[in-house]
Design a protein around this ligand. Structure first.
Ligand code: PLP
Length: 385
């Protein structure tokens, strides 16, 4: 048998070598600390788990879910957008449930990208913005992200011949992997740019609940004209420690939401309705757990940035997300430094270039790691320098 060429066109999995080395070490009984994974280490809050325990006993929840999300879930998502950002989105025409935002990010390509079409993709970002395009036969243009422009993807520099064939543009702030945040003015420019070049703008707002030092991330939907050109994805994964539950939603431009819903209705059959009931509790129930989570990550951020500064490594200022973005010492590439740290210190860090070309020269440290393990890992990294 022969696989489709789209499988061969996927980039090599940059963690393959790291995974192999890790497995070797673990087999030898070595204690490997992973700062590589962006998966919350603390459990889903009790009130959400309790809502699920009740919802799972409701026989109506045992049947096929709605393709687009239960009416009560879309109502809750719309209400949450109102509570959190003061934004009005229609729960019927401007909201769709997702089986995690990754699902929506991958499927949006099938709704908008024909073979050969371009997507403007952040120079470093969540890998699906690029691989989702490849699987749909599309092409990526990586928008440069540099420290000098605060890691705000530079869409203005896109060559006209690429723009002529571009259909979509992805942005995501607070940003994974750089932890950069966007200004309202940047969002306004992105909206105007998308309008001018007839692009669908997709904002991945996975970290909008994780802001530090009192910073509250905004929604692209708060900005004037957003709904004419954009959709935004929100996920319960990081805000409510629900990565394993697979529940998220997209809101915004009705035509784009409808097109995404059409793709979904032909591929998947929606989110388990009991999970949607639990997510309603997450979105509209008490939000204390979110504040506690933010405090915990902020404390870990301080610990990591202090520790890095003491050993002479420079971190980008971190106002949100669960990541610290760090410049590699002079003379190293991303992969080279990550390999050295794994080999000599038994600590896994993510090489920045795994997230795209703009990530070269950096590594990403995940804050989804208990304090004592972070401290231990920093000590070990110091010993390699
Ligand atoms: C974790 C993450 C997601 C995926 O979220 P799910 O809802 O769990 O699929 C999407 N985007 C970014 C930037 C992420 O870091």
């Amino acid at each position: 048998m022969r696989t489709a060429s789209r499988i061969e066109h996927l980039p090599p999995y940059l963690f393959a070598e790291i995974d192999r080395k890790k497995a070797e070490k673990v087999a030898q009984g070595i204690d490997v600390i992973s700062l590589g994974i962006g998966d919350p280490d603390t459990p889903t809050p009790d009130h959400i788990v309790d809502a699920m325990a009740e919802a799972i006993r409701n026989p109506a929840n045992h049947q096929y879910p709605s393709y687009y999300g239960a009416k009560r879930y879309r109502d809750a998502a719309s209400q949450w957008m109102k509570n959190r950002f003061g934004v009005d989105v229609d729960p019927d025409d401007e909201t769709v449930a997702l089986i995690g935002s990754k699902e929506g990010l991958a499927h949006i390509f099938l709704a908008f990208v024909d073979p050969g079409d371009y997507t403007l993709v952040p120079g470093c970002g969540y890998p699906v913005y690029h691989t989702g395009g490849i699987l749909a036969g599309g092409k990526s243009h990586f928008m440069p992200m540099t420290e000098e422009n605060n890691f705000l993807a530079d869409f203005e520099s896109t060559p006209p011949e690429i723009l002529a064939k571009a259909k979509m543009m992805f942005l995501s702030y607070p940003n994974n992997p750089t932890s950069a945040i966007a200004t309202p003015e940047y969002f306004d420019k992105a909206i105007a740019f998308a309008k001018k070049h007839d692009l669908l703008l997709i904002h991945d707002n996975a970290y909008c609940e994780i802001g530090f030092d009192g910073y509250e991330p905004i929604s692209l939907m708060e900005r004037p004209g957003a709904k004419e050109v954009a959709i935004e994805l929100f996920s319960c994964s990081k805000a409510y420690n629900m990565t394993g539950w697979r529940v998220a939603f997209a809101v915004g431009n009705a035509m784009a939401i409808k097109a995404l819903g059409t793709v979904k209705s032909n591929i998947d059959s929606g989110v388990f309705t009991a999970v949607q009931d639990a997510a309603i509790q997450a979105l509209l129930g008490p939000q204390d757990s979110v504040h506690e989570l933010v405090e915990m990550y902020q404390h870990r951020r301080d610990l990591v940035i202090d520790g890095l500064t003491k050993i002479g490594l420079k971190a980008h200022p971190c106002k949100g997300t669960i990541f610290v973005w760090v410049k590699v010492p002079d003379g190293y590439g991303s992969a080279e430094f990550a390999t050295k740290v794994l080999e000599e210190a038994n600590v896994i860090i993510a090489p920045g270039n795994a997230y795209g070309p703009s990530g070269e020269g950096y590594i990403r440290i995940s804050l989804a790691t208990p304090d004592d393990r972070l401290i231990e890992a920093l000590g070990r990294i110091e010993s390699t320098l």
